[in-house]
Design a binder for this molecule. Structure first.
Ligand code: CAA
Length: 384
């Protein structure tokens, strides 16, 4: 074990591991086929305190640190990556943004319900023509008396259909570039808000992803998060934490694929011996284990920096970049080690391989992480 975990962190890890492996994992393959949203798992995760992990107890959360959170998230991802992404966006971006920037009234009204898992949170930044470059988003929010009127389309929104609340960004000042973007809390079912058709995805199939269409959607002024013009900063700060979460998801899926592959090589015989005896395969396993451990260290380092209140933008991007690329290599190798059996649905590795594919894309592509990292190092910011 790389860092010295506290008794409390170890207790949280063992509790969520038991729940994830006994309750969540057995139905993950079925969910991948049917695309059934894991509502019951998430409800139970809420009861156990995992849907408001870093929210203080005064707002019904668990008051845990980020290290505990990444331990929990990677255990859930080990069992079911689709359940983990819902937990990740909800905890890392939605709860943390409201905790950090919300008014006392917003925290009482919304954060408490998010933290218990009564409602699920979604985060809507991306648009059809603004993915890596969210500053150029075109959703507008125009003040009209006691309301803002939102118009625009958000794309690829995790939990779009099942969320009870969405943190959505929109331009309140066209001329002001990123400082013209604001964030709003919008309740599901608000008049003028429509959920588009669910995307048919390669992986994470049980997590719903869809457009959110705002047509003269009236949002009360008290649902502005922070101040006008703070929306981009809220999003970037939320994504710093979110990216540590994607590293945790990557680690969970990588470990699941690795365990499956190791188990398989110790059962499968060819040429008169277990395939685990072949040095060519033993070296692959050694490299896989080393890569997983390296990603784990980066994840813990970023999480610990966040817990110490230090700026962790660079470390979050490094952890996200390395871990998400790592899990794509690991799941491909795990599949290869299974031979033909890796290619059929009866074995879980093909699902791990498909689930991991989006990790180098969402919450900032690998290319965007390299922009963030190189800008920090060279300190001569260039446009992407
Ligand atoms: N924390 C706080 N503030 C930050 C910040 C951070 N990490 N990063 C940037 N900022 C601030 C800057 O300081 C600057 O503010 P000031 O002018 O006041 O100094 C402002 O934001 C603008 O910064 P930049 O000029 O650097 O912004 P940019 O337009 O060049 O973009 C970027 C920077 C890193 C490329 C950013 O646009 C980015 O991260 N793009 C990727 C978007 C992304 O990750 N989308 C994921 C969608 S959400 C998702 O996938 C969730 C899901 O459903 C799973």
């Amino acid at each position: 074990m790389s860092i010295q975990l506290t008794d409390e962190q170890l207790m949280i890890q063992s509790m969520v591991r038991e729940f994830a492996r006994e309750v969540i994992a057995p139905t993950a393959a079925e969910r991948d086929k049917t695309k059934a949203f894991p509502a019951e798992n998430l409800r139970q995760l809420g009861e156990l305190g995992f849907m408001g992990m870093m929210v203080p107890p005064e707002y019904q959360g668990s008051g845990a640190d980020t290290v505990s959170y990444v331990l929990a998230l990677s255990e859930v991802a080990y069992a079911c990556a689709a359940t983990a992404v819902v937990m990740s966006v909800h905890n890392s971006i939605v709860c943390e943004s409201i905790l950090r920037y919300g008014s006392e009234e917003q925290k009482r009204k919304y954060l408490t319900r998010l933290a218990t898992g009564e409602i699920i949170g979604a985060f809507a930044l991306t648009e059809p023509h603004a993915g890596s470059d969210p500053v150029r988003q075109s959703t507008r929010a125009v003040r009209d008396g006691d309301h803002y009127v939102l118009n625009g389309t958000k794309r690829f929104i995790t939990s779009a259909k099942n969320a009870g609340l969405i943190v959505v960004t929109a331009k309140t000042d066209e001329a002001a570039r990123h400082k013209g973007i604001s964030a709003f809390i919008v309740e599901q079912g608000a008049p003028g808000l429509t959920v588009g058709a669910l995307e048919d995805k390669m992986g994470l199939r049980a997590s719903d992803t869809a457009d959110l269409i705002f047509e003269d959607c009236r949002v009360p002024v008290e649902n502005l998060l922070g101040e006008e013009g703070l929306g981009f900063k809220i999003s970037m700060t939320g994504l710093d934490g979110g990216r540590i979460g994607i590293a945790a998801q990557s680690l969970g899926v990588a470990k699941a694929a690795f365990d499956a592959a190791v188990g398989y090589t110790k059962e499968r015989e060819q040429f008169g011996q277990l395939i685990s005896k072949f040095q060519g395969l033993r070296f692959i396993i050694a490299d896989m284990a080393t890569e997983i451990e390296a990603a784990r260290q980066l994840m813990f380092s970023a999480a610990a920096m966040k817990d110490r209140g230090e700026n962790h933008t660079l470390q979050a991007s490094m952890a996200k970049l390395f871990a998400s690329e790592m899990v794509n290599r690991i799941t491909a190798q795990a599949l290869q080690l299974h031979g033909g059996y890796g290619f059929i649905r009866e074995y879980p590795v093909e699902r791990f391989y498909r689930d991991a594919r989006v990790f180098t894309i969402y919450e900032g592509t690998s290319e965007i992480q390299r922009v963030v990292i190189s800008n920090h190092i060279l300190k001569d910011k260039r446009s992407p």
